[in-house]
Design a protein around this ligand. Sequence first.
Ligand SMILES: NC(=O)C1=CN([C@@H]2O[C@H](COP(=O)(O)OP(=O)(O)OC[C@H]3O[C@@H](n4cnc5c(N)ncnc54)[C@H](OP(=O)(O)O)[C@@H]3O)[C@@H](O)[C@H]2O)[C@@H](O)CC1
Ligand SMILES: Nc1ncnc2c1ncn2[C@@H]1O[C@H](COP(=O)(O)OP(=O)(O)O)[C@@H](O)[C@H]1O
Ligand SMILES: [K+]
Length: 515
Amino acid sequence: MSYAKDVNIGENESLYMLKIPHPYYLCSAEQSRFMDEKTITEFGIDGFTLMEIAGTRAADFIMSEIPANSHGVFFCGKGNNGGDALVIARLLSQQDFNITVCFLSGTEDLSPDADKNFRLLQKLETDIQVLKWEDFTPEDYDFIADGMLGTGLNTEVRALYSDAIEYINKQKAPVFSLDVPTGLNADTGQIMGSAVQSDFTLSFGALKIGFYLNEGFDTAGEVILCELSFPNKYKNPASYLIDEEWVDANSPSREKKKHKYDGGVLYIIAGSEGLTGAAVLAAKSAWSTGLGAVVLITPKGLLEVYEKQLVQIIKKPIGDHDDVYFKESHLADVLEVLKEKPGKLLIGPGIGRHEETIRFTQKLLTAFEGDSLIDADALFALSKWENWDIPDSSDLILTPHPGELKSLLNKELSNDHERMEAVITFAKQNGLTILSKGMPSIVGTESGVPYLTGYDTRVFSRAGFGDVLAGKTGAFWLKYSSAELACFQALLNGYKGSKQYFATNSGSLEPMDII
Ligand SMILES: NC(=O)C1=CN([C@@H]2O[C@H](COP(=O)(O)OP(=O)(O)OC[C@H]3O[C@@H](n4cnc5c(N)ncnc54)[C@H](OP(=O)(O)O)[C@@H]3O)[C@@H](O)[C@H]2O)[C@@H](O)CC1
Ligand SMILES: Nc1ncnc2c1ncn2[C@@H]1O[C@H](COP(=O)(O)OP(=O)(O)O)[C@@H](O)[C@H]1O
Ligand SMILES: [K+]
């Protein structure tokens, strides 16, 4: 299976390989099992060896966090997740840790590799306390290892397991979940009845996509990848995590521009009476990326607002002095402006939902043959347009928030997993890029494999952050000529800005703080 993908970075430029290192691959439980099974049966490294590697890496991590001589309790299921816990318990017991092992389903019915590890544990001449959940009497443990259920979880967690989860979640001691927090669905990030609230999740072989969807982000805690010996040919991701490391390495650096118009102009159609702030934020954030020219097209009645607030931005007023929103009658003049210089179009922030603006937007998108980023109220116009008629010659980026996505697809999306599936299908079927905003933000592409943010996007949920994101995405699209890279760079740019802000501030973030 190939792990690199072709991306066209612009006209007349050779195809460019987007290379994403394996640590950023996100896998489903099935893909995880596939790698495991193929490595064992086809490649020839047995499961017992893989378990030993997994346990060794996890033990090293736990020892880097927890001082020696500490007392840890290991909760073990009967499957291989329990086997991993038994490897760690054995290794730590030889480093002077005090170990208690508690089995949730007894020791009679362990998986073969877990059973083998239980026997090894018993061979040690170390005092390890072994008991069943039924006999468990709580003590003050220094840490907890959760090896109850991993990718083998198949239904809502059953009794005993749910009792243990309840106990664990009441403890103050740090919790290390092995592979997956028990009770978390590794594919959807949904909680199956109840789930262990982890401080650290030590994920084996590949990160699981469920850590980043729905409740996954708040359940898994800090995620640590413990690499196993899977050959690359078996690594086939369901998704990729958007990360600075590979995004920057894939973003081509450009020769210095000689003229402000080299590289093209970002035309912004934004703003209407009462919503000029959206246009201001979009234009300012596009400009802040170092773009040579940003042109704001505005109904003439609003020009005065922008003259004061957007000094560096070129303004193109359209229509009459009393026009405060876009109308169908503006169409010809707007198209003339768009023809002046080559560039891309960002349309939508704050244009409002007047009937006339909706018709203007639909007609403009039909007539304009260049690349367009469609945001906010322009997405609303798109959702009111049966069988859109956007020219085939144009590339599109759509940036819907969950409500806009729902209207666009005319479909209820009850959770992030459903949202991701819908984004994948829609982007693929229509040959476009979607930046679906939310927690996580998801980038769906023509290729069908989506990209997910792996950080907390909830800090951006106040009004205005969507306008900033749109402005930056448009600007980076011009800079990198790749719709995907534009989305990644814009998302990460906001993330980096928020990290900088919170390094010295504790109040809530404002859109202007990340421009
Ligand atoms: N893949 C890899 O790369 C590697 C994987 N490794 C490890 O293997 C793990 C997967 O192991 P696995 O397949 O044995 O499944 P696992 O999670 O232990 O659970 C299975 C047991 O759970 C039970 N059970 C299920 N649902 C339940 C419920 N709702 N409530 C209660 N019980 C429930 C089910 O019982 P049953 O329903 O069959 O009676 C069965 O006995 C993986 O996460 C990783 O840690 C590493 O060792 C090395 C490389
Ligand atoms: N840098 C970023 N990284 C990830 N997601 C982001 C980022 N910036 C914005 N978002 C997403 O966009 C949402 C804001 O967009 P939106 O709801 O359209 O707001 P607006 O009121 O500005 O139109 C945020 O809640 C978040 O989901
Ligand atoms: K677990």
